[in-house]
Design a protein around this ligand. Structure first.
Ligand code: UDP
Ligand code: UDP
Length: 480
């Protein structure tokens, strides 16, 4: 491993800025970091990445390993978390990723010496939204710029920024959170909020509100979206309608892996791999089913999805995860789905529990539809690949993202399908019906094609995201 830190001292920066990344945990949070780091690595910038090992999931570890292997000039700065006993927490949040964020937040004061001691001098820190309320004050004290890489939609960022204002008002009135009317953006009905926000004593909610209060002090926000996808939310944030004096918002998406990719962790190729299987399928014939890196779907719901896919008569590729953390997933496909099901769909359907290179799979010509939880990375990958998304939100920010999926022309949203703690199942019959319907919906496909064209324009030379990226780099270079 490379040295954990450089010794402080007079190291000539050669006029290059030194950017230190402080990511958090969960693949949905790390993938945008890895893609952004790879993009920045080609830009005469020195880069360090604060790394906490062991990671929560195996996938995270694979990706960190690939990052440092693919980009040997990127420095690894090890952070050793302080002991953290989650069982002593007063709240009942037991999500392993939220707990890791909490552990990182409680060890954040250790970052001061890492930033101050790095050579050449750190010019800017880029941290994850989950750590902002702890990292911004540390960076400010050291006189270092602090930017936030936001891993969700601009609409979600507007909700984060506005929630503290909203709950303060509600507290005065003595009422519950209710619908949130984000000035200049939209009204988010209470039923579409991350449901955890209905409970102010939850750890996630405390972090969310603390981060929401502090973000005004960031030097800038890097958001994995593009102007044509979220014009209203981006304009409202930039014009100070959501919160007056909001920092600059750089819409730099859709973030994609570079050639010579860093995020190829666990990439599978060769016979039997999803890519080899897709190669055998006709154009636009396959329904891709995946709910991100950490949505555990119940066994009963899994059986309904299986029945639905079978009854749809469509070809399908299904990435199935049964636990929040991949290391805990010992479920056996034949036990979950039954050998008979797997035999009946053989050739027509492929089910895997392995990590797949989703971004690459979505670009395959055989892809016809993406049945997705509408995690934000999935939405942007579908938009970039021009694959219509059938959004089935499962929790967290998914319903907010599903609203953007529809308004931004990436696909459709099953508004009445169950989510977050609801104990009823969407039936196989319903799933089959909807999948068939959307597979043959030319209007949805045409909208998605237009959005994909906008995405390509945004990141091409001179496009909105390209220019935002240039502006961001100039602002960092101006500090040297
Ligand atoms: N992903 C992947 N292979 C998998 C599972 C997930 O490449 O087997 C990637 C996916 O492409 C996306 C990220 O992991 O980039 C998941 O992020 P998203 O925001 O879609 O959902 P989350 O996992 O955060 O709920
Ligand atoms: N989030 C946020 N502030 C925080 C913590 C999280 O804005 O302090 C956002 C995060 O970017 C994501 C959403 O809240 O959009 C839900 O977070 P989580 O990572 O739990 O959901 P996931 O995307 O992994 O399903």
């Amino acid at each position: 491993a490379p040295p954990a830190t450089n010794s402080p001292g007079e190291v000539d920066s050669g006029g290059r800025p030194h950017v230190m990344f402080i990511p958090s945990a969960g693949m949905g949070h790390l993938i945008p970091f890895f893609r952004f780091i790879a993009a920045l690595a080609g830009q005469s910038v020195d880069i360090s990445v604060v790394t906490v090992l062991p990671t929560v999931s195996a996938a995270e570890e694979d990706y960190f390993t690939s990052l440092f292997a693919a980009l040997p000039r990127v420095r690894r700065v090890d952070l050793h978390l302080l002991p953290f006993d989650a069982s002593k927490l007063p709240s009942n949040d037991r999500d392993p990723f939220v707990l890791r964020w909490e552990a990182l937040r409680r060890s954040a004061h250790l970052l001061g010496p890492l930033i101050a001691g790095a050579a050449p001098r750190v010019s800017a820190v880029i941290t994850d939204v989950t750590l902002t309320s702890h990292v911004i004050p540390i960076a400010k004290e050291l006189g270092v710029q602090c930017h936030v890489l936001f891993p969700s939609s601009a609409t979600m960022l507007s909700l984060l920024a506005y929630t503290p204002v909203h709950i303060d008002k509600k507290a005065e009135q003595g009422s519950d959170i209710g619908d949130v009317d984000i000035p200049g953006v939209c009204r988010i009905p209470q039923s579409c909020l991350p449901q955890v926000l209905l409970h102010l004593d939850k750890l996630f909610t405390k972090q969310f509100i603390a981060n929401g209060r502090e973000i005004i002090n960031a030097d800038g926000f890097l958001v994995n979206t593009f102007d044509a996808l979220e014009p209203v939310a981006l304009a409202a944030l930039r014009d100070g309608k959501v919160v007056p004096g909001f920092p600059p918002v750089y819409a730099i998406g859709p973030l994609m892996s570079q050639q010579n990719s860093v995020d190829e962790g666990g990439k599978e190729e060769g016979s039997g791999s999803p890519v080899a299987w897709l190669d055998e399928q006709p154009a636009r014939s396959v329904v891709y089913v995946a709910f991100g890196n950490r949505c555990a779907v119940s066994h009963d719901q899994i059986r309904e999805i299986a029945a639905g896919l079978e009854a749809s008569n469509c070809r399908f590729l299904w990435v199935l995860k049964t636990t929040t953390v991949d290391r805990d997933d010992s479920a056996v496909l034949t036990e979950l789905l039954g050998e008979e099901f797997l035999e009946r769909v053989q050739g027509r359907g492929l089910v895997t529990k392995a990590w797949v290179d989703q971004e690459a799979l979505l670009k395959h010509p055989a892809m016809g539809l993406f049945l997705s939880h509408s995690g934000w990375n999935s939405v942007t990958e579908a938009a970039a690949a021009s694959v219509p998304l059938l959004a089935w939100p499962r929790g967290g920010d998914h319903r907010v993202n599903a609203m953007v999926t529809v308004s931004g022309g990436v696909g459709m949203w099953m508004e009445h399908w169950s989510w977050d703690g609801e104990d009823w199942l969407v039936t196989g019959v319903e799933i089959a019906k909807k999948v068939k319907e959307v597979m043959s919906d030319e209007a949805v496909r045409a909208r998605t094609t237009r959005t994909a064209e906008e995405a390509a324009k945004a990141v091409a030379e001179g496009g909105t995201s390209y220019r935002s990226m240039e502006e961001f780099i100039s602002s960092v270079k101006a500090t040297v």
